[in-house]
Design a protein around this ligand. Structure first.
Ligand code: PEP
Length: 247
């Protein structure tokens, strides 16, 4: 049985005051939801605040980005060990904004996944096609390539890893994919994963992200192969994220 995962990606938004209000409300309303996992991704500088405010709740917190070395001369980066010091259990890897705006490559993504698994953290690996690839019917080819880049080299028996399907054209645009479209893509992702012996495709969680709102979230979650949601913009509106997690 796959436990649904609801993730809030705050990107580069928030402040000490705003976060305190939001996190206090999340702790009050979203603790004790046994049937799903909830994880908040604040900007890295607010991880200590998040850890403090969510301590002793059932809500987890994670890094939006992490470096693939454990320490050294890497100005401006954060290592998985540093994240662990603050109780971090998840990290996003390969978000399309990192791939497109910061030139993150499949090779760097692979190294990040490997070090996160080594440190016992759960990577949420983001994959997805651009609008022109979507229009050219290249979605599955693109996803296959992005999946192969880490499924080929990594042996992940018994490891926890989440795949987030995030079509680039749906992120922050207000144009979500339809639930039936996403269901078909997720079925195909599971099929690709099943070709790798060391992975149990039935157990791996595949979540969807891209313009999720309180209006469309339950349609996605009703699909058999959509195991959760990665929520950007709507996760900054406390009531909306709470409603996504509780409906
Ligand atoms: C995201 O950034 O991962 C995302 C899905 O954003 P939004 O929900 O705003 O489309």
């Amino acid at each position: 049985m796959r436990k649904p995962l609801l993730a809030a990606n705050w990107k580069m938004n928030g402040s000490l005051t705003e976060n305190e209000k939001r996190l206090t409300l999340f702790k009050e309303k979203l603790s004790n939801l046994e049937h799903q996992d909830i994880v908040i991704f604040p900007p890295a500088i607010y991880i200590p605040q998040t850890a403090n405010l969510l301590y002793n709740s059932d809500i987890s917190w994670g890094f939006q980005n992490i470096f693939h070395e454990s320490m050294g001369a890497y100005t401006g980066e954060h290592s998985p060990g540093m994240a662990k010091d603050y109780g971090v259990s998840y990290a996003l890897v390969g978000h399309s904004e990192r791939r497109l705006l910061f030139g993150e490559t499949d090779h760097q993504i692979l190294k990040k996944i490997a070090i996160l698994l080594e440190f016992g953290m759960t990577p949420i690996v983001c994959i997805g096609e651009t609008l022109s690839q979507y229009k050219n019917h290249e979605t599955l080819d693109v996803l296959k390539r992005q999946l192969k880049a880490f499924l080929d080299p990594i042996s992940c028996e018994q490891q926890d890893l989440v795949i987030a399907y995030e079509p680039v054209w749906a992120i922050g645009t207000g144009k979500a994919a339809t639930e039936s479209e996403v269901q078909v893509v997720h079925e195909n992702i599971r099929l690709i994963v099943s070709e790798y012996d060391q992975w149990d495709a039935d157990l791996i969680r595949i979540i969807y992200g891209g313009s999720v709102t309180a209006q469309n979230s339950n349609h996605f979650l009703a699909q058999p192969d959509i195991d959760g949601l990665l929520v950007g913009g709507a996760s900054l509106k406390s009531d909306e994220f709470i409603s996504i997690c509780t409906q």
